[in-house]
Design a protein around this ligand. Sequence first.
Ligand code: PLP
Length: 409
Amino acid sequence: MRDRAVALDAADPLAAYRDRFLPAPGVLAYLDGNSLGRPPAVVPERMAAFVREAWGGRLIRGWGEGWMTWPEEVGDRIAHAALGAAPGQTAVADSTTVLLYKLARAAVDRAIDGDPRRREIVLDTDNVPTDRDVAAGIAAERGARLRWVETDPAAGITPEQVAAAVGPDTALVLFSHVAYRSGWIADAPAITRIAHEAGALALWDLSHSVGSVELELDAWGVDLAVGCTYKYLNAGPGSPAFGYVRHGLQETLRQPIQGWMGRRDPFEMGPGHTPAAGIRAIVSGTPPILAAVPLLASLEMLEEVGIGAVRAKSRDLTAYALDLVDAWLPGVEVVSPRDPDRRGGHVTIRRPGFREILDDLWERGVIPDYREPDGIRLGLAPLSTAFTEVHDGLAVLRDLVAGEPPTRR
Ligand SMILES: *Cc1c(COP(=O)(O)O)cnc(C)c1O
C-alpha cells in the first residue's frame, strides 16, 4: 500500500504544490483541509508587506487606490477560477452565514411580495446547522414555513426528493452542493431546474465544493450561491465569504442589510439608500481587506493549476483513502458515496468509539475531523496533501483501532 502511495506521489502533476504551503511541525498527516486549509507559504511575507507598504504606507489613501473595489474584483477571480461564472456576479464580504442570510432573505422577500402564498423554504435535514438556523430565522421573521426533506446521511439530496417537495408554495430551495458529512455531490443543475419549474429560486451553499470540485454556476442556471474561502481556498481563519447572484436577478433582489458600502455613492452621505448597481449591492459595511490578502495568494495557485487538475487529484486521493479503509479497517462503515462522480473531496467513516481515539490521533500528529455520530471525516485537500500522507495517517488510525496502546501518559 505504501509503494502505491509513493508511485502515486511520483506521478502526481500537483506534487510540487505541497511545498508551496507552510510546513506544520509535528503534523504527520493533515486530513482536515476541508475545515481549515493550510496557509500558502507566501502568506507571512505577503501579509507583512501589505501591512508595511499598503496599510502603513498608503494609510487612508489605500481606499481610493484600490481597496474599495476589492469585493467585486476578488469575487470575479473566485468566479473565474472556481465557480464557472462570468464576471459581475460574485463579491466577497462577511461570513458565509451572514451572506447566506442576506441572499436567502432577499429571495424569500421577493417571492412573498410577488405572491403571498409563496412562503416555503425547502431544505434538508442533513445540511450544516448554520444553514438550518438561518432558514429558521428567516421563516420566523417573514412568517415563512420550512419544508424539510429527509436526506440519507450516507448520501444526500436527490432531484426526486426535491421534485416531491416543491410546488406553488415554494419560495426558495436551499441545499449544500457537497454535503458536509457524507461528501455527496448533489445534482445541482437538475435540482435547480426543478426549482425553476416550480417557480422558485435555488440557492446553493458551496462551502465544501469551492476549490475542490468543478462548478458551472452560469451553465447550471443557478440563481444564488454562497461559500467560504477558508476551506479548500486556504484563505485563513475568518477569511471573507463569497456570494453569487446571477445576472438578470440582481435588479429584482433587495438584500436586507443595506449599508453605506453597498450604496451607489458611498461618499455622498445623503439621505435615503440607493443600492449600488450590480453585485456590489450585496456588500453592507467595510470589506475585510486584510483577510483577503491570503485569499489572493491561494487563488494564484488555483489559477495556475486549474480546477480540473485539482478535481482529478481529489478523486484519486479519496479513492486511495477508501482502498486503505477497505484493506485495513474491517467493520468500519463508509458513510460517503462509492461512486466517484457523486463523491466530493472528503470521505467520512464510522465506527462506535471513534470519538475516544481522536485525542490519540492528534497526539500522534494525525489530524482528521470528527462529526457526530462516531464519524471521522477525512478531508483531502489536493494542493497540499500527499498520497503518502494519507497512507501514514490511516496507518496510525489502523493501529489505534487494532488496540495498540496509546502513546499518551
Ligand atoms: C463551513 C460551512 C459554513 C461556514 O459558515 P461560517 O459563517 O463561515 O461559519 C456554512 N455552510 C456550510 C455548508 C459550511 O460547510
